[in-house]
Design a protein around this ligand. Structure first.
Ligand code: FAD
Ligand code: DHB
Length: 402
């Protein structure tokens, strides 16, 4: 006999407990709107998944205004610029001086831990390790979120609105009829191999390095832990990159006379594909997509996490107006409002990526153009300001903070 279905009611059904879904649930609760979050993975998995590391100033302001600034302010590392390395030189871009703005190194793992702790402290409904997630009735005013909970019970949650915050491989985007979606996509002929290493950073600011053997990035997570990336061919198997080979290649690509790249035990290693992807509009009926569920950028420039947070800041405000006051204007504008920022970041990430990564098999022309552009952004104050303005977050202010 089929198990009994447990029926319940909430205002917003949220699919996914990544940064987008968790922050949305938190911002809605601050407005007195209840939600149910359904997440495929375990809490431990969500909290340990190694991803982004850099928060724009607007993201930091948003998290602070939402009452999530405690550990972020104590442990986040404020950075006032970056280094661009090319043709044997290392040039500093001073964001603070150029724009008056900064970024903060605070890992996505920590943002997720803070959000889960805040939601659970408020006795929020987060179901981890669900299976069989489905969304239905999207074109009605009572959409339904269904899933099988970790204990095997099947749930049907009737909602006013569903938020698809289930990342690039989730089910929500696929629930929108193809004829109602426009997809723009570009794959890049390279990937990133990332390592997390227990070694103090060898630099005070992130180093983005253009090298004829491929791009390299020196980032960090804390005064004791470094995060480093290497451009590798797409589909690279991490098994082909034992730790010694990773460090040797990082030494080659990042190395400069008189500067020492410190090595240490590798704690984690993984390969990330590089893709630009935007699905428009970000709404279908009563389904609103946010974060990676709607768009992906290549990681160069650290925009993915920031875009996810920006989307849900807009969405929380729009749903507040819709569900508390019956005003639909902000919800109707949600997709266009978000897509303005999404396309700006999509362009910036594409531009940073193509400036810094040699295309395999490209002729000397590409390299000369990349070096000319790198020279320009490190010598022209206008060009440097443009990079700094985008890197620290453009438009600078996130709406609906807190
Ligand atoms: P996600 O973090 O993907 O969260 C979606 C959640 O939905 C997940 O927890 C998932 O388990 C859940 N889910 C999926 N399907 C279902 C389902 N059917 N039912 C229920 N739940 C479901 N950005 C940077 O800025 N810098 C980086 O260095 C960087 N590195 C990255 C490395 C990798 C491997 C990846 C995948 C992304 C990286 N990003 C990086 C991008 C950044 O991490 C994302 O933009 C960010 O995680 C987006 O948050 P999100 O909440 O929209 O999606
Ligand atoms: C990191 C990732 C990025 O894509 C980037 O541009 C800067 C930093 C990071 O993981 O620390």
């Amino acid at each position: 006999m089929p198990a009994e279905v447990r029926r319940s009611r909430t205002q917003v059904g949220i699919v996914g407990a990544g940064p987008a879904g968790l922050l949305l649930s938190h911002l809605l609760a601050r407005r007195g709107i209840d939600s149910v979050v359904a997440e495929l993975r375990s809490r431990e998995y969500c909290e340990a998944r190694q991803r982004a590391g850099v928060l724009e100033q607007g993201s930091v302001d948003l998290l602070r205004a939402a009452g999530l600034g405690g550990r972020l302010d104590a442990e986040g590392l404020e950075h006032g610029g970056i280094y661009l390395q090319f043709g044997g030189e290392r040039q500093h871009l001073d964001f603070r001086e150029l724009t008056g703005r900064t970024v903060t190194v605070y890992a996505q793992t920590e943002v997720v831990k803070d959000l889960i702790a805040a939601r659970l402290a408020a006795a929020a409904a987060i179901e981890f390790e669900v299976t069989g997630t489905e969304v239905a009735g999207l074109e009605t005013d009572r959409p339904v979120l269904s899933f099988t909970a970790a204990d095997g019970g099947r749930h049907e949650v009737t909602c006013d609105v569903i938020a698809g915050c289930d990342g690039f491989h989730g089910i929500c985007r696929a629930a929108i009829p193809a004829a109602r979606q426009t997809v723009s996509e570009r794959e890049y002929p390279y990937a990133w191999l990332g390592i997390l290493a227990r070694v103090p950073p060898s630099t005070d600011e992130l180093i983005y390095a253009h090298h004829r053997r491929g791009f390299a990035l020196h980032s960090l997570r804390s005064p004791a832990v470094s995060r480093l990336y290497l451009q590798v061919p797409p589909g690279t198997d991490v098994a082909a990159w034992p730790d010694d080979r990773v460090w040797a290649e990082l030494q080659t690509r990042l190395g400069r006379p008189g500067w020492d790249l410190k090595e240490g035990p590798v704690l984690e290693k993984g390969v990330t594909p590089m893709r630009s992807y935007v699905s428009e509009p970000m709404r279908h009926g009563r389904l609103f997509l946010a974060g990676d569920a709607a768009h992906i950028v290549p990681p160069t420039g650290a925009k993915g996490l920031n875009l996810a947070l920006a989307d849900v800041a807009v969405l929380a405000q729009a749903l507040g107006a819709l569900l508390l006051e019956g005003r639909a204007g902000l919800a109707d504008a949600y997709s266009d409002t978000c897509l303005t920022r999404v396309w700006r970041s999509t362009h910036f990430s594409w531009w940073m990526t193509t400036m810094l990564h040699p295309t395999p098999g490209a002729d000397a022309m590409e390299s000369r153009l990349q070096l000319a552009q790198l020279r320009y952004v490190t010598t022209s104050r206008s060009a440097a300001t443009s990079l700094a303005e985008n890197y620290t977050g453009y438009p600078p202010l996130l709406p609906g903070a807190g």
